[in-house]
Design a protein around this ligand. Structure first.
Ligand code: ATP
Ligand code: MG
Ligand code: MG
Length: 549
């Protein structure tokens, strides 16, 4: 395993180990199972798992399932699959809901200490009395209830005597605190909801900010790593650890979240795209979800290399999506079989090639990686080329096919365009060419040179295939907080579907095999759209971008 690059959290870990403040590094990845994981989560996963791994520590996967209304088993299962696929194995699997009993006990302890009270204000009233950054909040009229009364009411909340929203349990801290999170935050709410793990055992649920430090403490997490928006919650995190008197004392550290251009990264918005059927599910290749990226053709190696590269810090930034593309190109460059695919076919008849005959030509599988060997590809009288590799009236500097011009067919022969066949509408439907047998690829022919090389597929052996080309789903500046308007930025042309052909060797690809199609880029077999004998390919990325060195 290669050591992760240095970052401020790693430095803290090293100091803590050296000073003996911790003997083992324990981290956790704590998703709420209310959606699928996205590339931002991948950054957090890599950080937590790689950090612990580097110091022989442990990492738990913990479902932060304190909000039953938004959560679902489908998400639990998808999250497990995605973490494993990224290449990480958790030490222990937990659900925050396992600790509801312990959290309740701690809440009772807070009440006994005079540090929590049952409040009858509604959510709106609480919000309204909370004050602002410049104005202190107002004390709840229920703040001075006696310990006995609070204990009694809290127990009755638990027993289900009160309807949703009529009472809360609040920490009693300081309504004048400059940190709004310390103004008597709600720590329990009533919700008569069926929970995916605990069923109807509970009708009160702890709030995230109260539950999280307790979960960390119970699991012995030493470094509780989260994103920067939780920085203002840290004083309350420490308050919970202190006042609940948990045996373990986890500490929270915050890092900058990952943002990527041309996409949205909040589960709430991604869910909207799914629900409005703008995409074909959470794993649509246009989604920035791990499952979408997997289906598009990203590899775990490329995602991990990307996450390492973007680094861990405290500054806000948006990473160019081309950086992500750089890493998948790098990963596939030497691994992917390089073959020919025709996305927009134009038939070419080679008039001087014997009818009914097929020869097999030698083609290297990866010009940059000879270890991948060679394959045989068929060649015969009829082939397909790309429509845009022919122009009837080309501009100067156009070196591909045009009437009278000669080009090289990759791995095959020189061919010369002799005749253009059109349909009634005047569209070019076929070319008639001649070939020169002496120019066979690999024969050492030096008699004359041509300026263009184009790719092709033998027509009689070609496998019909679908090609799915993607563009960003969301225009760049769409990352705003308004759920309604971000849908206005959806690109209506984010998917282009083409019907073409691939080499016969690709007939039965079924898994998520990845290929480089000569001149078109890297493609992945789509596991959902492909049919037996008729594969569909998602373009992962084109061959070059201005971003590459
Ligand atoms: P979202 O806002 O997309 O719904 P979330 O933070 O609510 O994300 P959680 O399930 O709570 O989603 O996230 C689990 C962990 O992943 C948290 O520790 C969170 O801080 C981290 N995380 C979420 N989004 C990002 C991101 N864009 N970059 C880095 N880490 C992230
Ligand atoms: Mg969250
Ligand atoms: Mg969220």
């Amino acid at each position: 395993k290669s050591p992760s690059s240095s970052n401020f959290i790693k430095n803290i870990v090293i100091e803590d180990l050296e000073a003996g403040r911790v003997t083992e590094v324990v981290t956790r990845f704590p998703p709420e199972p209310n959606g699928y994981l996205h590339i931002g989560h991948a950054k957090s996963i890599c950080l937590n798992f790689e950090l612990a791994d580097e110091f022989n520590g442990r990492t738990n996967l913990r479902f932060d399932d304190t909000n039953p209304l938004k959560e679902d088993l489908e998400f639990v299962n998808a999250i497990k699959e995605d973490v494993r696929w990224l290449g990480f194995e958790w030490d222990e699997l937990h659900y925050a809901s396992e600790y509801f009993g312990q959290m309740y006990e701690y809440a009772v302890r807070l009440i006994r200490k005079g540090k929590a009270f049952v409040c009858d204000l509604t959510a709106d009233e609480i919000r309204e009395q909370r004050g602002t950054l410049t104005e202190p909040g107002r004390n709840s009229p229920y703040r001075d209830r006696s310990v006995e009364e609070n204990l009694d009411l809290f127990e009755r909340m638990r027993k289900g005597e009160f309807p949703d929203g009529t009472k809360t349990l609040r920490a009693k801290i300081n309504m004048a605190s400059p940190n709004i999170n310390l103004r008597d935050p709600v720590i329990y709410r009533i919700s008569h909801a069926v929970h995916h793990q605990t069923g109807d055992a509970w009708c009160i649920y702890p709030m995230y900010a109260y539950a999280h430090p307790i979960e960390d403490a119970i699991e012995g997490v030493t470094h509780s790593i989260c994103t920067l928006e939780f920085e203002d919650q840290r004083p309350f995190y420490d308050w919970v650890i202190e006042e609940c008197e948990t045996p373990a004392k986890p500490r929270q550290y915050e890092f900058n979240r990952l943002n990527v251009t041309n996409t949205v990264m909040s589960k709430r918005k991604l869910k909207k795209l799914v629900e409005e059927q703008i995409v074909d599910g959470w794993d649509d290749p246009r989604m920035p979800t791990i499952s979408g990226m997997r289906r598009k053709g990203y590899t775990p190696e490329a995602i991990r290399a990307f996450c390492r590269d973007v680094g861990v810090g405290k500054s806000y930034g948006v990473v160019d999506e081309r950086q992500l593309e750089h890493f998948i190109r790098e990963d596939l460059k030497l691994k992917a079989l390089r073959t020919m695919a025709v996305l927009r076919p134009l038939k070419v008849v080679i008039t001087n090639y014997p009818e009914g005959e097929t020869e097999w030509l030698e083609a290297e599988n990866n010009a940059e990686n000879p270890e991948m060997g060679n394959r045989q590809i068929p060649f015969s009288r009829e082939i397909y080329i790309e429509q845009d590799d022919f122009m009837e009236n080309p501009p100067s500097k156009y070196f591909r096919l045009f009437p009278g011009n000669e080009v090289r067919l990759k791995h095959a022969y020189f061919v010369k365009c002799e005749e253009v066949v059109k349909n009634e509408a005047g569209e070019v439907v076929e070319l008639r060419c001649t070939y020169d047998p002496e120019t066979k690829s690999g024969s050492g022919f030096t008699g004359r040179k041509v300026k263009g090389t184009i790719h092709w597929v033998d027509a009689s052996n070609a496998v019909p295939a679908e090609f799915r080309l993607y563009e960003p789903l969301i225009a760049d500046e769409a990352e705003d907080d308004d759920e309604g308007t971000f849908l206005d930025h959806v690109n209506p042309n984010s998917l282009e579907t083409l019907q073409g052909f691939v080499e016969p060797g690709l007939k039965d690809v079924t898994g998520q095999e990845k290929f480089q199609f000569f001149r078109h880029g890297y493609f992945n077999v789509d596991p959902k759209v492909s049919e037996p004998g008729r594969p569909a390919f998602n373009r992962i990325v084109s061959l070059k971008s201005s971003f590459d060195p």
